[in-house]
Structure formats: C-alpha cells, structure tokens
Design a protein around this ligand. Structure first.
Ligand code: NAD
Length: 498
C-alpha cells in the first residue's frame, strides 16, 4: 500500500457501517419494500454500504412531506433573511465536516481525495453562501398600464416571484454532493421544498447532507432525500405534487424527463451531457496547451460533463502536441482516490468502466489509432488508463458521443474555419475552449462556437457567479449566476384597479 494513502477517519468508518435509510419529514425510514442497493468502493470493487431502493410509495411519502411543508409556510413563509441564515449555517457545517465529507465522497465515487477536498467539498461552502445571499434579493417589477379598458379606472400593476412549490432534484454520480447542492440550494433559497434523489451509485454524501441541513435549521419536510434508481426518479417526475424537476445527468435521461414532465407541464431545468471541443490555434504556447489539455481531458478521470474530449490542433503544432500529450498520458500514475499522489483514479462503477472500454474498442474497429492507454489494468478496481486516440474519422461515434471517461481524440486542422465547423458538429453544446493569444481571432471565434460556456486558454472552470448550462442537446436552462433562483419561482402579475 502507498505510504501516502489517506486513512479514513473514524466518523467516516462509522457512517459507512450504518444501516442507511431514507430521509423523509426529518426522520429516517426504511423503504416500504425493504429492497436495498449495494454501494461499492470503485478502487477495490468491494461493497462498502447499502441504501434503501425507494419505490413509488416511498417517493409518494417524501413528496407528501415536502408538499405539507410547502403548504404550511414553515419555509416559504419565513423572512428571506432567515432562509439565508439556514443556508449560511449549512455552509459552515459543510466546512466544519469538510474532511469527513471529502473522504466519504472519495470512498464512494472513487475520485481523487484532492478533488473531493478542493472541489466537491471545498468549493461547496462558497457556492452555498453565494446562493444564500440571493434569498434576500428576490424582486418583482412595477408597471404602468396603458390600455383604458374601463373608462376612468386607474391601475397599479406589479410582478412578484413566488416559490414554485415542491422541487424534485435528481443528481448524477460524478460530483454527487456538489451537484446535489447546485440543485437543492437555489430551490431552498427561493422558498421551495425539495426531494433530492442522488444517483444510486453515489448516494452517501447526500444522506449526510440531509442530517447537516436539519442541524442547520431546515424544518422537517423541507429537504427530503430518497435513495433509489431511475424508477424512483421516474416516480418523482410523474408525481402530481412535484411542480419542478431540476436534473443533472445524461442527455438520454434528460429527454425522458422532459417528455414525462411535459405531460403535466411540470417545469424543468436540465443540465445534460457534453462532447466538448478544445481548439488549439497555431500560436498556442505548446507547454501551456498540453498541460491545459491534460487537465481538460483527464480531470476527475474524464467524468466531467464539460471535459474536453475532442481536441482540434493546428497542423503546425499537431505532431509536437500529440507526442507531448501522449507521453504525458502514458506517464500518469493510476491509484485509488485515497492516494493523493495518484493522478488517475478508478471510474465510478464496473458498468461504466465497461461502457468506456467499449467506446475505445469501437473506435479501434472504426480505424482510429490508440496511441496511449486504451486498456483496463489487471487487478481490482474500475481503472482505465488515460487514453489518447488519433486518426479518428469525424463520423465515428468516438467523435460524436459522450464517453465520460479518460479518453480524448486529437484531430489536426489546416483551416481554422474547419476547426470551428468540426467543433460545432455534434448534437451537444455544453462547453468549448479556444487556446490562442490572438485577440482578434478570439473575438471572432467565441461568438461562433455553439456552447453554453466558451473558455479561452482554460477549460472546465466554473464559478457560482457565471451561468452554466448547455446549447442544443446539452440542456435547457442555466445553473449559477445572479438569476439562479428564477427557475425555482413562478412569476405572478398583479393588476389592481383603483
Ligand atoms: P444518468 O442520466 O444515468 O442519471 C442521473 C440521475 O437520473 C440518477 O440519479 C438516476 O438514477 C436518475 N434517473 C435515471 N433514469 C431516470 C428517469 N427515467 N427518470 C428520472 N430519473 C432518472 O446520468 P449519470 O450517469 O448519473 O451522470 C453522468 C451524466 O451526467 C453525463 O452525461 C454527464 O455529462 C451529465 N452531467 C451533466 C452536467 C451538467 O451540468 N450539464 C454535470 C454533471 C454531469
């Protein structure tokens, strides 16, 4: 065993050993069916916990609790500054339990403890504090009214933003706690009540979050957590008392949710998959470009919606870039997330590892060349070597479909217009990056890239103050930013004749 490996804290071991339950109305309860889902450590493949597999009856109990809490006004009726204070306390509690939460995330998700510490847990208090501050800034507008339908009458018209009601928050497995909070926090700040369903693969930190939210002062029923698979998600989306679904996950699931929600006009915010390009122009400094590409492609083992999975590189620097990137990829160390020195960690599940490997095999069969990695090393755990692919025809699935693993294609271009065309030529449009110091080209190309975020000389950087979401099939709506609460409100116009 590596001497650097982090030993898990006693409170993490104790949490893992618990008999986990659903968190409904401020209390823990088993699933009605008694069914459970096994939870694994991706670094070893061994089971570390199990959680209830919520069924439709459990989802109904959770939604009913959230609905009662909403209707009673126990949360929406509080002064906004009180809701703000609860969220600020939650941020403090996350900070106070940071190491515990980071270790728990790494044990369950497999990611590097460095990422858990810095991003999943480390960045969450700042995000929560940003959103908490928005609770006291919900405003409407006043209007002058022109049409004189009633002779002599005068009107006063204004809008108010009201909490939308019960929000179903459905989260993926790549940043379980952080993305769970991206859904839950704006809903709570707006005065909504929430049922959070984490991914069945990574439910543990959400259960701990439920306890911390109660400790922070969220009244029972305001935040409920149900663990379960896609069927529990479906039951939530279909529930007549759920007013809004906020979802982060794959495009396929997002489409299924959009269709189901449309049946009863439930509101949706959908943050979906990406097939994100990074374009390196000929003036991009090579070392900075290669280091940037490594992070963009392999951060969190490529399990990042905005990861750069297609690199387009100017012919003038292509061969040096390919040599440097593939050498760096071959030199990356593989190891468990609890080893802070390991640069590549396991993927989240055996199923996902096999899916990523099949993408690589299909690319090879399609005539692409794998010049680094491409295999799963022998031994336990769901590892895949960082993989660099060249000579992949643009029509191959590897260039069009999201892989969501440490796999990147590199394609040369002679004409920059071709690079922009290829970058835009997928159904997705989450993020894109441009690497150049040429200001004129930057200003010319940024508007032409069809992506919700365009980074220049960086990639995958997100901030609570910067709206984040997708063009095209990468989603509907935006997380973050000063208007982050609006999707959790209904806009009511009030017209008073006097
Ligand atoms: P997924 O779509 O398989 O699952 C996401 C969640 O949806 C899980 O909780 C799952 O149980 C639930 N679910 C599955 N089927 C459902 C259904 N029919 N109805 C309701 N809920 C259902 O996604 P994943 O594999 O957990 O996560 C990876 C995906 O998430 C990738 O595509 C990635 O790009 C995307 N993602 C997007 C963003 C973003 O901000 N755009 C961020 C992170 C991840």
């Amino acid at each position: 065993m590596n001497a650097m490996r982090v030993e898990i804290n006693p409170e993490v071991a104790a949490f893992l050993a618990r008999e986990h339950r659903l968190f409904i109305d401020g209390e823990w309860s088993a699933a009605v069916s008694g069914a459970r889902i096994a939870v694994f450590d991706p670094a070893t493949g061994s089971q570390i916990a199990s959680v209830p597999r919520a069924g439709a009856e459990d989802v109904d109990r959770a939604v009913a609790a959230a609905h009662r809490a909403h209707e009673s006004g126990v949360w929406s009726g509080l002064p906004p500054a009180t809701r703000e204070r609860v969220l600020l306390r939650l941020a403090d509690l996350i900070e106070a339990h940071a190491e515990e939460l980071a270790q728990l995330e790494t044990c369950n998700q497999g990611k590097s403890i460095n990422i858990s510490r810095m991003i999943d847990v480390g960045a969450s208090p700042s995000y929560l504090r940003y959103v908490a501050g928005l609770a006291t800034k919900i405003t409407g507008e006043t209007f002058d009214v022109s049409i004189q339908a009633i002779p002599g009458a005068r009107f006063n018209a204004y809008t108010r933003r009201e909490p939308i009601g019960v929000v179903a928050a459905i989260a993926p497995w790549n940043f379980p706690l952080a993305i769970g909070l991206w859904k839950v926090a704006p809903a709570l700040a707006a005065g909504c009540t929430v049922v959070l369903k984490p991914s069945e693969v990574t439910p543990l930190t959400s259960l701990r979050l439920a306890e911390l939210a109660l400790e922070a002062g969220a009244p029972p029923g305001v935040l409920n957590v149900v663990t379960g698979d896609g069927q529990a998600g479906q039951a939530l989306v279909a529930h007549p008392l759920v007013s809004k679904v906020t979802f982060t996950g794959s495009t396929a699931t997002g489409k299924a949710i959009a269709r189901a929600a449309a049946d009863r006009m439930a509101r949706t915010s959908l943050e979906l998959g990406g097939k994100n390009p990074a374009i390196f122009l000929k003036d991009a400094p090579l070392e900075q470009a290669v280091n940037g590409a490594l992070v963009a492609a392999f951060f969190n083992n490529g399990q990042v919606c905005a990861a750069a999975s297609r690199l387009y590189v100017a012919r003038e620097i292509y061969s040096d870039f390919v040599d440097a990137l593939s050498a760096a990829a071959r030199g990356m160390s593989l190891g468990p997330g609890l080893d802070p020195a390991a640069q590549i960690n396991p993927l989240v599940s055996a199923e996902h590892r096999d899916k990523v490997l099949s993408h690589v095999s299909r690319a090879r069969e399609g005539g692409a060349r794998i010049i680094a990695g491409g295999a799963a090393p022998p031994g336990a755990g769901y590892f895949i070597e960082p993989t660099v692919i060249v000579d992949a025809a643009e029509s191959l699935p590897i260039c069009r479909q999201e892989v969501f693993g440490p796999v990147v294609t590199i394609t040369p271009f002679d004409d920059e217009r071709d690079a922009i065309r290829m970058a835009n030529d997928t159904p997705m449009g989450l993020g894109a990056s441009l690497w150049t110091n040429d200001l004129k080209k930057t200003m010319d190309y940024v508007p032409r890239l069809k992506a919700g975020t365009v980074w220049v000389n960086c990639h995958v950087f997100v901030d609570p103050n910067m709206p984040f979401g997708g063009y095209k099939e990468s989603g509907v709506g935006r997380d973050f930013g000063i208007r982050a609460l609006e999707p959790y409100t209904e806009l009511k116009s009030v017209c008073i004749a006097h």
